[in-house]
Design a protein. Structure first.
Length: 86
C-alpha cells in the first residue's frame, strides 16, 4: 500500500510505504523516515501500488523518470507526538 502523507509546514504531499501488515487509516498520524531522522505527518490518502502506477500511466507520466521515491512509514505516532502539532 502507498500512503500520501502531508506535513505541518508543507503544502505538498509525499508518498510512503508501510512495510508492516498493519493497515493505516486516512487521518492517522505517523512517523516517517526523513533526511535527518524522523518526521511527523498525517495520512491524507492511500492506494495499492498497482493502482498508483496505473493512475500515473493514465496521466502519461514517464514511470522511469517521474515516479517518486517512496520513504518508509516507521510507526504510528504516539499521543504525545500528536500533541506537538498545532
Amino acid at each position: 500500500v502507498v500512503y500520501k502523507v502531508q506535513f505541518k509546514c508543507s503544502s505538498g504531499h509525499y508518498f510512503y510505504r508501510n512495510n508492516s501488515i498493519e493497515m493505516l487509516d486516512v487521518g492517522e498520524f505517523v512517523k516517517v523516515e526523513a533526511d535527518r531522522g524522523e518526521d511527523l505527518g498525517v495520512i491524507t490518502g492511500a492506494c495499492h501500488m498497482q493502482d498508483f502506477v496505473v493512475e500515473k500511466c493514465n496521466r502519461k507520466i514517464d514511470i522511469k523518470v517521474d515516479l517518486p521515491r517512496f520513504g518508509n512509514i516507521v510507526r504510528v505516532a504516539t499521543e504525545s507526538e500528536r500533541a506537538q502539532l498545532p
